[in-house]
Design a protein around this ligand. Structure first.
Ligand SMILES: *Cc1c(COP(=O)(O)O)cnc(C)c1O
Length: 456
């Protein structure tokens, strides 16, 4: 038995291509529909929002897509990221299971999100785009795109959910340090924002509203495009470097996962870890159990409906088929800001329909219990989102102990929590509530799902 706890890949092993699971799925996922006509969208419909190279990736069925060298050059600053064997956690749990975690907190902004932010900024720069708009909740995505925009000389404008803008000034300060402009949403700058503020002046905002504002600005300005930090096919694809590296690192360790675990907000860090393994399985390789972990307060995969829905509140985005709580659903307050989205990535949703993965939901307090336990043995302070994955990994390891059998458990530690210390303070002060979503609110939001003809 080796005492190695850290598996470091040589720079020369940095993946050269992103992996596209579309090539290996047994059937094609449902089409993306135009919000007005409800007919399948073509590349031209998306052109006001995204550069053509990203639209091509969004609909591509090629198994592998070359990562441009300038993008790999930037990845090299923190990639390949380390894979750790959590020996001290295993010992604390007295489990026969082997626990590994891939650590994405080593990036400049502290999460997996720069993996796609850098790629998206590159393709926008290539297309001559001067300005990119986006939304952010807690600020992880906004700060990642701000970092990428700074590297490529693109102006970044971030619509930040107002309640986070007011309560979480440090992420905003990071965005501004990178040179981005940050506006609290809903704002008076857009029709979508003004319409909301007319009804309620002190509206706290939501991701769905912030997306509407960012999309509206991109759609109405020639030199401006929009970027999304999760959910879309190309975003999930950019994250697959995480799983590809993990595969190579587990090979160094002489192991293959029995169980893969990731937290799911829009689904990108989860898909980034698991899609390369699911692809290998779909091509006849070893079967692996795949577990998506979501918050009980915003449970799209476990309680949502698999249906066509809008990505935003003002209904400006195309319709995608996904597990959704309804585009008007507002989750109760909880601390994993990155997990507050009403829908799940269409590709992750489709894989769930195909039976390729399972989903569980946890309340936030047991997740923080797990995150604190993890920090005290492994030293890394996890993002509140990642605590969900840790909770599930620990529970799996405890099941192994109860059943007296070993398993190889691998989870994605999607980011560190250094900007989320208020959440930890609240946890220690016993102020974290385990709220359930409002049943009535969910019923109303689901009743408002758009109707789409069967043929679509
Ligand atoms: C944004 C974020 C998430 C949730 O987004 P996904 O697209 O589901 O990965 C999870 N963890 C961290 C650290 C994040 O910043």
């Amino acid at each position: 038995m080796t005492d190695t706890v850290k598996y470091v890949l040589d720079e020369s092993k940095l993946p050269k291509r992103w992996y596209n699971i579309m090539a290996d799925l047994p059937s094609a996922p449902p089409a993306v529909l135009h919000p007005g006509t409800k007919q399948p969208v073509g590349p031209d419909d998306l052109a006001p929002l995204f550069p053509m190279a990203l639209i091509a990736q969004e609909v591509s069925t090629e198994r592998e897509i070359d990562i441009p060298e300038p993008v790999r050059e930037i990845y090299r600053q923190w990639r390949p990221s380390p894979l750790y064997r959590a020996r001290r956690l295993e010992k604390a749990l007295q489990t026969p299971a082997k626990i590994y975690y891939k650590y994405e907190g080593v990036s400049p902004s502290g999460s997996h999100k720069p993996n796609t932010a850098v790629a998206q900024a590159f393709y926008n720069k290539e297309a001559g785009v001067k300005k990119i708009t986006t939304e952010t909740g807690a600020g992880q995505w906004g700060s990642s795109l701000a970092f990428a925009g700074a590297l490529f000389g693109i102006e970044i404008k971030v619509y930040m959910v107002r309640v986070s803008y007011d309560q979480k000034p440090y992420r905003r300060a990071l965005m501004e340090t990178y040179g981005a402009k940050c506006v609290p949403s809903p704002s008076m700058e857009t029709n979508s924002g003004r319409a909301i503020l007319e009804k309620r002046k002190d509206h706290p905002g939501s991701l769905g509203i912030a997306i509407s504002e960012a999309v509206e600005v991109a759609a109405t300005h020639e030199d401006t495009k929009y970027a999304l930090g999760s959910v879309l096919n190309h975003v999930l694809m950019h994250q697959t470097i995480v799983g590809q590296e993990t595969m190579a690192q587990l090979e160094m360790a002489g192991d293959y996962p029995d169980v893969l675990i990731g937290c799911t907000g829009g689904g990108s860090n989860f898909a980034g870890l698991v899609f390369p393994f699911l692809g290998a399985q779909l091509r006849g390789g070893k079967k692996v159990r795949v577990v998506a972990v979501e918050p009980s307060a915003c449970p799209s995969l476990t309680r949502g409906k698999y249906a066509y829905d809008f990505g935003d509140t003002a209904h400006l985005t195309p319709l995608v088929k996904m597990h959704t709580l309804g585009s008007t659903f507002t989750p109760p307050g909880f601390h994993a800001g990155g997990l507050r989205y009403h829908g799940m990535a269409p590709l992750v949703s489709f894989c769930k329909e195909l039976g390729l993965l399972e989903a569980v939901a946890y309340h936030q307090r047991p997740c923080f219990d797990a995150g604190v336990q993890f920090a005290r043995v492994e030293g890394i302070l996890p993002a509140p989102e990642a605590n969900h994955a840790i909770r599930a990994a620990i529970d799996e390891a405890l099941r192994c102990k109860a059943e007296g059998r070993s398993r190889v458990i691998v989870f994605n530690l999607s980011g560190h929590g250094h900007f989320d210390m208020q959440a930890y303070l609240d946890y220690f002060a016993n102020k974290l509530l385990d709220q359930d979503y409002d049943q009535q609110e969910l019923a109303t939001a689901l009743a408002g799902l758009p109707s789409v003809a069967k043929a679509a």
